[in-house]
Design a binder for this molecule. Structure first.
Ligand code: F0G
Length: 458
């Protein structure tokens, strides 16, 4: 390509106004919210990078699909369309719709995971971890060493440490491992990709020990694009072909259609084992709905089916991955420490490095995320010791391996000027890093505390 400017590979067909609360309003909002950005009202936020989940813009084709959704309770035409699209993409014969990714996790784990078992994953996402632990099992992260070092430059930092996986199997025994899971891309580890070679190696270990292998496939298309860019032998393959090959190595997947399904809600569980699928469907009826809608409207199924086909478009993925990298480059060139190389869906600021004066138990990444909101109305999310700190029996906490602020970029939603503004805010906040102080938690819940905890500045 002759010119360097990223152009969004779409025109904007419908717009949504942004609110501009002033600094006094933002301070008041923070106090009311107990310094927990999940507790803000969305119209108190200027640029919302809390998540890339369900926040993307649907295409005209997807909205057209909404109009032809079949709302039949049983046997909806939209279900069969959805099922066929998922089957063709993943190759898995059993396709179970759910209202979002964690519902697929909950159902799969309820059927397959028992107390005392161990589930290895490159890095569990928070809901995945919580769903494993809720079953009384252990969620064990076995990502490669580079995957927990923000500065280690490795093309596939999401890779599973295959030796550590073997060791886990030896230690625990294959009968206590219901399945191995690999998250593509590795969200909690910085949105980092997993190579095809690594997926193949995990498959081989699983085969040798008779353990099923599942993908947490939320961002499968972004992962496929990284494989195309970085792995030998894939430059000439289409992202769709690469995605199909990734799925062909697994026995099943859980999926949140709110990410690479390009939809605002939805998910699915897909797998090959008809016996497990039948048990999952029984539970689905109890908790989500009849197996041909699984908690979704017929029109959602239409939107997801179209989204799953659009998301592997090379023009879309080139723009998507390049625009994330664009934000990363801007802030990194200004000296702000980030996880490198940047991930697919988000830029992760390294709060531990930017704020060395704030120890982990005073939550440096929480402090940084609050400051980005206070200064510029930009909402990100803490991925550090608030989210992953583990309470010890003596009342102290084992800190998370990294203290990050994730700025997740919704799909097809913000333009380059929005991203330029975000970069300006980050760089401005970073120049005042020395003045920042930590926080303490004054109230928290038993599960997933980061969603509801209240904080006080120290
Ligand atoms: N797995 C991964 C890797 C995820 O990133 C998410 C959600 C889920 C599972 C659960 O899917 O939200 O549809 O129930 N991640 C969002 C995020 C919430 O902000 O990263 P869900």
């Amino acid at each position: 390509m002759q010119y360097r400017t990223i152009i969004e590979p779409f025109r904007i067909h419908s717009v949504e106004a942004i609110d501009f609360p002033d600094e006094a309003a933002r301070r008041a909002a923070l106090e009311r919210a107990g310094y927990n950005l999940f507790m803000l009202h969305a119209d108190e936020v200027i640029i919302d990078l809390l998540t890339d989940s369900g926040t993307g813009a649907m295409s005209a084709q997807q909205w057209a699909g909404v109009m032809v959704g079949d709302e039949s309770y049983a046997g909806s035409r939209s279900y069969y369309k959805f099922r066929d699209v998922v089957r063709e993409l993943t190759g898995f014969s059993q396709v179970i719709p759910t209202h979002q990714g964690r519902a697929a996790e909950h159902i799969l784990f309820a059927v397959m995971v028992d107390e005392g078992q161990v589930v290895p994953n490159n890095t569990h996402f928070d809901t995945t971890r919580a769903n494993v632990e809720y079953r009384g099992a252990e969620a064990r992260d076995v990502v490669i060493e580079e995957g927990t070092d923000p500065d280690a430059l490795h093309p596939f930092k999401g890779n599973m440490d295959v030796e550590a996986l073997e060791e886990t199997i030896r230690e625990v025994g294959s009968e206590r491992i219901p399945f191995v899971m690999v998250t593509v891309t590795n969200n909690s580890g910085g949105g980092q990709p997993v190579s095809m070679a690594n997926l193949r190696a995990v498959r081989e270990v699983c085969d040798r020990h008779g353990i099923p292998f599942f993908l947490d496939a939320c961002r499968f298309a972004e992962n496929a694009w990284f494989i195309k860019l970085r792995e030998d032998g894939y430059a000439d393959r289409s992202p769709r072909q690469i995605a199909e090959e990734m799925f062909s190595l697994a026995d099943g997947c859980t999926m949140s259609a709110k990410k690479d399904g390009l939809s605002n809600i939805g998910g699915f569980l897909a797998l090959n084992d008809p016996e497990v699928a039948s048990q999952c469907r029984n539970l689905l009826i109890l908790t989500e709905g009849f197996p041909t809608y699984g908690g979704l409207a017929g029109y959602d199924l239409e939107a997801i089916a179209r989204g799953l086909e659009e998301v592997t478009d090379p023009d879309y993925l080139r723009y998507r991955i390049r625009s994330t990298e664009y934000l990363a480059e801007k802030v990194n060139q200004a000296g702000v420490p980030i996880v490198r190389p940047p991930g697919g869906h988000a830029v992760y600021l390294n709060a531990a490095k930017l704020l060395p004066q704030i120890p982990p138990h005073q939550y440096p990444a929480q402090a940084l995320s609050v400051e980005l909101y206070r200064q510029g109305g930009v909402r990100g999310v803490e991925i550090g010791s608030v989210m992953f700190g583990k309470p010890r029996p003596d009342g102290t906490e084992e800190p998370a391996p990294m203290e990050l602020v994730r700025l997740a970029i919704p799909r097809r939603t913000y333009t380059q000027s929005h991203i330029d503004y975000v970069a300006e805010v980050i760089i401005d906040v970073a120049t005042r890093a020395e003045d920042m102080r930590g926080y303490r938690i004054v109230r928290q819940g038993p599960w997933l505390r980061h969603f509801t905890a209240r904080f006080e500045p120290l």
